[in-house]
Each structure stands twice: as C-alpha cells, then as structure tokens.
Design a protein around this ligand. Structure first.
Ligand SMILES: [Zn+2]
Length: 99
C-alpha cells in the first residue's frame, strides 16, 4: 500500500495525486495522499453513502457498523470491503494506468 515517489514519472505524477476517488465493488471510496519521507501513503480512506454520497463513519469498531451522518443509512463494513484490500486495489489501479 505504499509507493516510492522516485518510481513515479514526473509526467504521470499529477494524475496520480489527483486520483482521489473510485467506485470499487459498487461502493464509492475517497481518500487523500500524504507524503512521508518521499513515500506517498493513502490516508483518510472513506466509503461514501450509496444514497446521498456523504462519507460514512464507523459507529462501532468492534462490529464494523457504518452510518451516514446525513441520511442515517446504515451498513456494515463487511459489505463494502476491507480497507486494506481497497488500498491495494487503488495502488494496483495506478500501476495499471502507468503501464
Ligand atoms: Zn446518506
């Protein structure tokens, strides 16, 4: 889930850092990039409410329930995917676009 900045070509670098949302497994995900010692990391990974597009928040760490602050739509994070897996898919998407 990390990319070495030195491996990113200058001409593709802008594209890559503006890539901040994607529809993965029918759920919309958004994230930010943060740089630490020249390595870019995905941070603030959020899944969006399928009804109103508002980022949902975790109501309970233990049972992984997610709730929408705007419309109170509820789901379980098992429905939308493990965040570590989602990060791997995002990185893989970037790799594919660069080739
Ligand atoms: Zn909602």
């Amino acid at each position: 889930m990390i990319i070495n900045e030195s491996e990113i070509k200058e001409d593709t670098k802008t594209d890559y850092l503006t890539y901040k949302e994607e529809l993965i497994k029918n759920w919309k995900w958004s994230w930010d990039w943060s740089s630490l010692e020249n390595i870019w990391h995905i941070t603030n990974l959020k899944v969006h409410c399928p009804k109103c597009d508002t980022p949902m928040y975790e109501t309970s760490f233990y049972d992984s329930n997610l709730s929408c602050p705007r419309c109170s739509h509820k789901t379980n994070s098992r429905q939308c995917g493990d965040s570590d897996n989602i990060k791997r898919i995002i990185i893989d998407n970037i790799d594919r676009k660069r080739n």
